[in-house]
Write a protein that binds this ligand. Structure first.
Ligand code: 13P
Length: 287
């Protein structure tokens, strides 16, 4: 059964570790992440962007697939199915489809609008027992081939949104989605500390987990980060393993063209990457 992310994140905050949010794209991705979480006895959050939701034939298909897998794979660790960077409309659609956790990303809106829309969703999610993530200070990334450096959120705005009673808060601390540019100055721990001082117990979310050095990840956890999102890194290891398989001509040997064989190296690569991340985040054995 899917669960809200609230308990797992409060425990992570208290225990000074972080729960990984791994974004899913298809059946192989989902199965790899769920099996790894179960093997390592780790709680896990499956992230679904609106684009990935569309790609997987809509939110109801995703809910059906994840619930089916939890049942047929015998998954007993806590699993939250979470909308990643949702619009207000997307959030409502995922609530209706059966997601157990929602991110409403109003960080690009005027603050008053972000505040008003987050307020409305706090009430809905409270009634339904779903967890809600809000965002302050946009988390950049590659757009049209240009990689931005990542914003730092205003701690006062973070406090205003946290005080609405969201479950967790994503705040820009110089992090970005995708690969980090060579000259990236690193996370702004000064900003993280200032935000933490304002929001108190609120579990903080670190987006753009791909490529952040392990020591910075660990320091961020020590300063209140309880959820870390990883997407691109799983895509890169899947691509690399699939490329190797084809370049070695294995798809041309015997039944190497069978998708169950063709996609197996990428599947194993995701499992290994998720394991590595769960070990760094400290969530192993916490389920
Ligand atoms: P990366 O793709 O950089 O790992 O970021 C994932 C993320 O933050 C999803 O919200």
């Amino acid at each position: 059964m899917l669960v809200s992310a609230k308990d797992m994140l409060n425990k992570a905050r208290d225990g000074k570790y972080a729960v990984g949010q791994f974004n899913i794209n298809n059946l192989e991705w989902t199965k790899a992440i769920l099996l790894t979480a179960q093997e390592l006895k780790s709680p896990v959050i499956l992230g679904v962007s609106e684009g990935a939701g569309k790609y997987m034939c809509g939110y109801k298909t995703v809910v059906g697939m994840v619930n089916g897998m939890i049942d047929s794979l015998g998954i007993t660790v806590p699993v939250a199915l979470h909308l990643d960077h949702g619009t207000f409309e997307g959030a409502k659609a995922c609530i209706n489809a059966g997601f157990s956790s929602i991110m409403f990303d109003g960080s690009h809106l005027p603050f008053e609008e972000n505040f008003a829309k987050t307020t409305a969703l706090v009430n809905t999610c409270d009634v339904l027992g779903l967890s809600l993530e809000a965002e302050v200070g946009a988390i950049g990334g590659e757009e049209d081939g240009v990689v931005g450096m990542g914003e730092c959120a205003d701690p006062e705005e973070c406090k205003k949104i946290a005080d609405l009673g969201v479950t967790m808060l994503a705040a820009g601390i110089g992090n970005i989605h995708g690969k980090y540019p060579e000259n990236w100055p690193g996370l702004s721990f000064e900003t993280l500390e200032a935000i933490k001082a304002k929001v108190g117990d609120m579990p903080l979310v670190l987006h753009g987990g791909t490529g952040i050095p392990d020591d910075q990840i660990k320091k961020a956890i020590s300063l209140g980060v309880a959820k870390i999102n990883v997407n691109t890194e799983c895509q890169l290891v899947f691509q690399e393993a699939t490329r190797k398989y084809i370049e070695a001509g294995k798809d041309l040997e015997g039944k190497g063209f069978d998708p169950r064989k063709l996609l197996a190296p990428g599947f194993e690569a995701i499992k290994a990457k998720v394991k590595e991340k769960m070990e760094i985040f400290g969530s192993v054995g916490k389920a």
